[in-house]
Each structure stands twice: as C-alpha cells, then as structure tokens.
Design a protein. Sequence first.
Length: 320
Amino acid sequence: MPILMIAAKDDWPTDRVVKVLTDRGAEVFRMDTADFPQELTLAGRIETRRGWTGGLTTSHRAIDLAEVESVYYRAPNAFDLPATMSGPERRFAAAQARAGLGGIISALDCRWVSHPAAMSRAEYKPLQLATAQACGLAIPPTLITNSSDAARAFVGDVGGRVVCKPVASPVFAEGGQVKTVYTRRLTEDDLDDLRGIDTTAHLFQAWVDKAYEVRLTVVGDRLFAAEVHAGSEAAYTDWRSDYSSLTYRVAATPDDVAEGVRRYMDRLGLRFAALDFIVGPDGIWWYLEANPCGQWDWIQHATGLPIAEGIADELQGVPA
C-alpha cells in the first residue's frame, strides 16, 4: 500500500526518509501543497457507506486515496496559484484549496506522522507546558505577559535569574533577510527599562542551571536522545545561536522521563516531535518545549541515531 509524503520539495530530511522507504521497496507518492493546483490534480469522491475514493495525480505519478497506508506530514509550502489572479481571487482560491485538498487529505483514515490538526494544536507553548506538567515532567516556572509589573514581580519570585524567549516561532523576515530571536538572560538594565513589553505577549522563564541539554526526538514509541554540549557562552544560553560550538553524545532517557514523554505524545495525538530538555547538575531533566515539526537530520548525522529509519518504521507500521 502506498505511503503519502507531504513536504516542501527542498526538504532534505524528507529526502532521507524517502530513500529509506524506497530502498525497502515501499511505494511512495511525494507531493508539496505548492504543487496544487498547477501541477497536482485532485479528484476525490465520497458516497454512502464509503470513505473518500479517487486520487491525486501529477504528470508522472498517481495515488489512490482509498489505498493510502500512511501519511508523513512535514511543513509543506503554500499553494502556488496562477499569477494572473487578483489579490482577493488568490485569497479566495487558497481558502478553497485548503478546505478541499487539505480537507480530503486530513480525512484519510490511516497512520499519520503526524496529523496536521494535532501538530497545529501542539505548537502552542502554553499548552505544551501545561501538558508536560500534567504528564509528570519537570518544567521551569514560567510567565507569559505583556505587563512590566507582572514581569518584575515574577523575576523577584524566582530569585532574579530569568530568561526571555519568544512564545511562538523565533524566526521572522525583515528587509529580505531571515532573522532569529534567541533566548536571552535578563540583566538589571533590562528590568530597569521594559518599554515595549505591552505591545505583545512575552515568555519569561526561571533560569535553570545546566550540565548540558538534550534534544529528544520522538517517533512513535521510539526515543532518540542526544546530549547537546555548548562550547561558547552564547550557546550555553541558547545553543541554536552557535551551532559550530556544539558537541553531541548519544544519551539514555531516564525511565520516568520516557514515561512522561510518551504520555505527553499520546495526550497531544502526536507520532513525531522534537523535545528540548535542560539536564541540571543534579541530573533532573527540565522540559523546555517541543516542536511537532522539529529538525532532526543534523542530530542523526552527528550521532548516528537512526531517526530516518525510525520514521520509516512508523510509516510502515513496524513495531518498536
């Protein structure tokens, strides 16, 4: 039975999973939502006592919706609509495409890694933190606010050592350049001047002393843990700010953390996520956040952890 892969055309981690599957002899149909409607044709039909039938077709390949075994969903691009459309026409057509193509695909009753509805909900950091806490994972005290008074009170409550980080994606585009907002420790000067905090939501979190951090890639019931050791002051605060200084080591996930993570995944309906933890000098694993569409290929390259093979296993229903 075919496996449907939905991802950006230039997404190289997906390339790796496709290679594993095709090397195993699996039938793979890969598409990007940017292919629709100019390069991808949809013909879906539903009738009494039958689910969605019909298919997706390109100039080279086709897939029968009724035969799809599993779907891998990973950050596809936006619909590529005809340039001759006006702005209002494009917005209308994009909404119709999302409801039509997206609606039919999301209605497929098959194995998902992961379902886009679950992924969208799981991106909310407030929900992540509440779910992690409910599942028995340790979380740092956290405040989300647009009030300078609340921020100063929180800093006092947690002993003065606090970081500030984005509540949503840290990446934005400005002046034709992609920029990233990194986690930063607040200084006394920062607290003296909190102008601008009232313009939007900010996330403040108690600083946790760290021995190292862990990127825990979860695929179904498989846990792939890698220690992340910072080699610079910037990376010690946010390792994403200085990748060149990082070193990695395969780690073992403590049983209590593994149980909490599996409960977390089940509660949010996810079959894949990249979770970040701080491991303190006392060995406690502190949950920070989870990305339901997180990067993992560089971790496999650095450590040899078979993450692509784990994703392929999950898509094919191979037991852990």
